[in-house]
Design a protein around this ligand. Structure first.
Ligand code: ZN
Ligand code: ZN
Length: 222
């Protein structure tokens, strides 16, 4: 009874690969309340709406990890379709959120629109959906305003494009810095603990421990 005073909410989730970048758009919900969020709706909004209908959940918000087109290209359209608020990323990615149209045109993505989040996020903030609570870690380097969503109770993080299974985010785009990125990973993500699993913006997820031991960008082999 003593350690069960805070009941752990059960989570459900599906990944919807979107855009030509096969970005891992995530529909995440509290199994008890069916309250849900969509993380990084990069595009292909009809696919996302389909997944929401199949899961039979109530989406309350859109959460963004950073401002790159493959993560935010469908944000304005989905916001208007669902009448929900957009939360994140950090305000340092405002220049990207203001340039979604140009980015979309560069990659032939139609329908991508600029937007202003209802709430910018910063280090130390927290966000919730149902009984699922996430702490916000500001992890610049891939983009200046990248944030990570960390759920301590579930030992789970959504790291956007900061860290990948066997790799790290690219840093050759505007505002990128490899040195800053590695500092974000070593100072904010590795301390979360080896048993923390994560999903990232592209490809399979991994765990902090697996990456600490084998990721060439962290072991000094890259
Ligand atoms: Zn990115
Ligand atoms: Zn990406």
């Amino acid at each position: 009874m003593t350690q069960q005073t805070e009941t752990q909410a059960a989570a459900g989730a599906v990944i919807i690969p979107v855009t030509l970048f096969q970005q891992n758009c995530m529909l995440l919900w509290d199994e008890t309340t069916r309250q849900a969020v969509v993380i990084d709706p990069g595009g292909d909004v009809p696919l996302i709406l389909d997944a929401i209908a199949k899961a039979n959940v109530n989406v309350e918000a859109i959460w963004l990890t950073h401002g790159h087109i493959d993560h935010v290209g469908g944000a304005a359209e989905l916001r208007d379709a669902l009448k929900v608020e957009i939360v994140g990323p950090h305000a340092d990615d405002k220049f990207l959120c203001d340039a979604v149209v140009e980015s979309g045109e560069r990659f032939g993505m139609t329908g991508a629109r600029n937007f202003t989040p209802d709430r910018w996020l910063k280090e130390g903030d927290s966000v919730s959906v149902g009984g699922l609570h996430f702490d916000i870690l500001h992890c610049p380097g891939h983009s200046p305003g990248s944030v990570v969503y960390y759920n301590k109770a579930m030992k789970f993080a959504h790291v956007g494009d900061v860290l990948f299974a066997g790799s790290v985010g690219r840093t050759d785009l505007p505002g990128g810095s490899h040195e800053t990125l590695i500092r974000s990973i070593t100072q904010k993500l590795l301390p979360l603990g080896d048993d923390v699993g994560f999903i990232c913006g592209h490809g399979p997820g991994s765990s902090i421990g697996q990456e600490r031991l084998t990721n060439p960008f962290l072991t000094g082999e890259a």
